[in-house]
Design a protein around this ligand. Structure first.
Ligand SMILES: [Zn+2]
Length: 316
């Protein structure tokens, strides 16, 4: 009865205050959410990381070694030597030949993605050096329409290969893609042949192609040039597949094994040559390009056995 008396003795405002959420002290580190952009949470380990520190660490979590996704330019930036790098084919603009529309017009999707990311399309190509070894490097940007390969992305991957042939150097492509760009229909699927064809030119010239698979590399990109590397590297724990795990589980009605379609699983099953952490990538690429160019003897060292199967020129 006594406690009941206490309750009834409370004024209505006291009762109201009791059910309010506890007050948060202003300035308390725990309660104040970190300012956006300054701090970033590492999802796999739950640690909050200072953005600048993460940047210095090549966007790899110092606690659990999780490799964060990179934009195309950030990738180029940490790969090529700062001196003498030059962007190629920067002015190529995606078109909308099919006048495609789903929930939104394709033209609007492109415009929004360009505004959001500040780039023209999902792929950037640069010429430069990696630890003083000349190379053409192409990088996908997953944040631009899922890194999907439309006509521009396909053209750039192919033209990057041709630029490497012209310069007599090796070619490196960092893939991060959801696959073909559905809004371009068959024109998108044609990029699989286009990119693969361009790589045969590189092969004919005796120059190496190193494919680097990063999280995620899927669909038409996995089904074409990304798996045609003389050497195929992958970043740790990257998703690499044609169809994603959810699609396979729904089709097969089976639960997939732990780690299925991740870099480590692919290495174990012979689809990938080496898993290369980001902080070893530059050294690894410089070493591979030097060794492969020398071992294959460059242009002069190749026999003419592929002369008849030389690909026809493709339109740009
Ligand atoms: Zn972490």
């Amino acid at each position: 009865m006594g406690s009941m008396d206490n309750l009834t003795a409370n004024t209505p405002m006291n009762w109201f205050n009791r059910i309010l959420k506890p007050k948060i002290k202003v300035g308390s580190n725990r309660a104040t959410p970190p300012p956006e952009g300054l701090w970033i949470k590492c999802e796999p380990c739950g640690q909050t990381l200072f953005h600048k520190e993460l940047e210095r660490n090549l966007h790899v979590c110092p606690h659990c070694r999780h490799h964060f996704r990179l934009s195309g330019f950030a990738r180029i930036d940490i790969t090529l030597d700062p001196e003498g790098r030059k962007e190629l084919f920067a002015n190529l603009q995606p078109a909308d030949p099919l006048k495609f529309k789903d929930l939104k017009r394709y033209r609007d999707r492109i415009r929004d993605a360009q505004k959001e990311t500040g780039v023209q399309d999902a792929v950037r190509v640069f010429k430069g050096t990696i630890q003083e070894v000349p190379a053409v490097v192409t990088a996908f940007d997953f944040s631009f329409l899922g890194g999907s390969m439309g006509s521009v992305a396909g053209a750039k991957v192919a033209m990057g290969a041709m630029a490497a042939v012209d310069a007599g150097c090796g070619y490196v492509v960092f893939s991060a893609s959801g696959g073909a760009r559905m809004q371009e229909g068959i024109l998108s699927l044609m990029q699989m042949a286009r990119t693969s064809t361009a790589l045969t030119r590189l092969d004919d010239a005796g120059l190496p192609f190193v494919s680097v698979l990063t999280d995620p590399t899927t669909g038409g990109v996995t089904a074409s040039f990304a798996m045609l590397g003389d050497v195929i590297l992958a970043e740790p724990h990257a998703l690499i597949c044609f169809a994603g795990p959810r699609v396979i589980e729904q089709t097969m009605r089976e639960t997939l094994p732990e780690g299925f379609q991740r870099s480590e699983y692919l290495l174990e099953h012979g689809f990938v040559d080496r898993i290369c952490p980001r902080d070893e990538m530059r050294e690894q690429l410089a070493d591979l390009l030097t060794r492969l160019t020398r071992s294959r003897g460059g242009r002069e060292g190749r026999s003419n056995q592929n002369e008849e199967t030389k690909p026809v020129a493709f339109p740009v």
